[in-house]
Design a binder for this molecule. Structure first.
Ligand SMILES: CC(=O)N[C@H]1[C@@H](OP(=O)(O)OP(=O)(O)OC[C@H]2O[C@@H](n3ccc(=O)[nH]c3=O)[C@H](O)[C@@H]2O)O[C@H](CO)[C@@H](O)[C@@H]1O
Ligand SMILES: C=C(OP(=O)(O)O)C(=O)O
Length: 453
């Protein structure tokens, strides 16, 4: 079983580079379906298992693609005859595959996509996506685990979303690009990833205005074409390293980080006593003294992101005093806390809120990630834990973080990724030191190879 093993006690110092955003690239990959002429070229694509899964879905749909991992770019060609069916095998691996529904419906007038189902963090229905397609004139049938949407012609409409769902906004926006007439979607999600998608759609020939505000207006066009686009930086990966630096202490530059995208997190870090400085090179995080407790509530953007909640609770547990975290976006996103309790965290969950009693003296333990951000949070707790923390279920980590342990190691963390049999620890202190030195040497080889390329 693959594990991250972290030996706590080192501060983090240096510079970390951030990848392109997972949550931007996935819908943009799906948008390639809309291009009936010309190729799409995407740059700054993160090398993540979710990207491979989306590529598999596109392959099944007959979109030709080539992923050049060395240059982090993908070339996509959807100009041939496409298939309209996305089977369960792929959709069950990754909920975000549901965003192929809108583009397929717009391009082919028909789509059959497996129902995505829930996941560890919540039930995650897709009623808002479907309501939007129906408003554009589609007929939706749900049968035997599949959603079938068909519309000989999509027609622009006025849609109000009950909740600013990220996926529903993206899916409806993409469907509306090829609808006849104008679509106005109100109460849409305002995340930076929505803006990135709208920018791509406009480069493809669409007419989308208002992305980043709560109303998006789309004037339908007859067809769309390929374009070239560089994916925006991953604000959640950037935020994760900001929190890691604040938890472990030290001085870390998050290279090219966009402060604006992480405003709600940065304002909380400052409230806690972390120094945050915007420089030409990025955002610099310094923490030298004890932290003050804070209250945080997750909200749709520009509120505090739910995808930073797990990592933030670790920082709150390190602060001196009682902090409060309220999760309003997903109904079941505190599963990492049960694992942190194994590391001696003290907290009390009351409905959608949790009281976190700090300062915590974390003790290393074997802990299991329940989702992707939980994996990052547990490793971050390991940075300040006494002894060794072993994090398992790394398939979640790989969904959203590229070279996570290498990046932490480069900042001075003592962390290795190894394969150990279940319920068995094979690394003692001497073996850990040896493995750490070996993996550090491999990191240097990697840097040299990348520089040479
Ligand atoms: C690939 C991707 O971009 N994933 C992000 C996206 O997920 P995703 O697009 O799935 O998240 P949504 O914004 O749609 O979901 C937010 C809330 O709305 C509910 N809901 C959503 C749609 C719907 O039709 N009905 C409904 O009730 C969900 O169950 C959830 O409670 O936004 C989330 C919220 O910022 C992030 O945590 C995810 O990382
Ligand atoms: C919840 C997340 O992703 P997804 O919507 O793909 O499950 C996440 O990125 O934290």
């Amino acid at each position: 079983m693959e594990k991250l093993i972290v030996r706590g006690g080192q501060t983090l110092n240096g510079t970390v580079e951030i990848e392109g955003a997972k949550n931007a690239v996935l819908p943009i990959l799906a948008a390639s379906i809309l291009a009936s002429k010309g190729q799409m070229v995407l740059d700054n694509v993160p090398i993540l298992s979710d990207v491979f899964t989306m590529n598999e879905v596109l392959n099944v749909l007959q979109v030709n693609l080539e992923f050049n991992q060395l240059h982090k770019s993908i070339v996509l060609d959807a100009t041939g005859k496409l298939s309209s069916e996305a089977p369960l095998e792929y959709v069950s691996k990754m909920r975000a595959s549901i965003v192929v529904l809108g583009p397929l419906l717009a391009r082919l007038g028909h789509a059959r996509v497996a129902m995505p189902g829930g996941c560890a963090i919540g039930t995650r229905p897709i009623d808002l996506h479907l309501k939007g397609f129906e408003a554009l004139g589609a007929t939706i049938k749900q049968h035997a685990g599949y959603i079938e949407a068909s519309a000989p012609k999509l027609v622009g409409s006025h849609i109000y979303l009950d909740f600013p769902s990220v996926g529903a906004t993206q899916n409806i926006m993409m469907a509306a690009t090829l609808a006849e007439g104008t679509t106005v979607i109100e109460n849409v999600a305002r995340e930076p990833e929505i803006v990135d998608l709208a920018n791509v759609l406009n480069k493809m020939g669409a007419k989308v205005v208002g992305a980043g505000t709560d109303t998006v207006r789309i004037e339908g066009v007859k067809s769309l074409h390929g374009c070239r686009h560089s994916i925006i930086q991953d604000r959640i990966e950037a935020g994760t390293f900001m929190v890691a630096a604040a938890v472990a202490g030290g001085d870390v530059l998050i290279k090219d980080a966009i402060k604006e995208h992480n405003k709600p997190l940065i304002s909380k870090l400052e409230e806690m006593g972390v120094q945050v400085k915007e420089t030409d090179a990025g955002v610099r995080i310094k923490r030298r003294q004890a932290l003050k407790p804070v209250s945080v509530k997750t909200m749709p953007h520009p509120g505090f992101p739910t995808d930073m909640q797990a990592q933030m609770t670790v920082l709150q547990l390190v602060a001196t005093g009682t902090s409060l975290m309220t999760e309003t976006v997903f109904e079941n996103r505190f599963m990492h806390l049960e694992e942190l309790r194994r590391m001696d965290a003290d907290y009390k969950i009351e409905g959608r809120s949790v009281l976190l009693y700090g300062p915590t003296k974390f003790n290393g333990a074997e802990v299991a990630a329940s989702d992707l951000r939980a994996a990052a949070a547990l490793a971050i707790a390991g940075l300040v834990a006494k002894g060794y923390t072993r994090v398992v279920n790394l398939q979640y980590l790989d969904r959203g973080y590229y070279h996570f342990q290498q990046k932490l190691r480069a900042l001075g963390a003592e962390i290795v990724r190894v394969t150990e049999p279940a319920n068995q620890e094979i690394l003692n202190e001497a073996a850990f030191n040896k493995e750490l030195a070996y993996q550090q040497a491999q990191d240097q080889d990697l840097t040299v190879t990348v520089k040479q390329a």
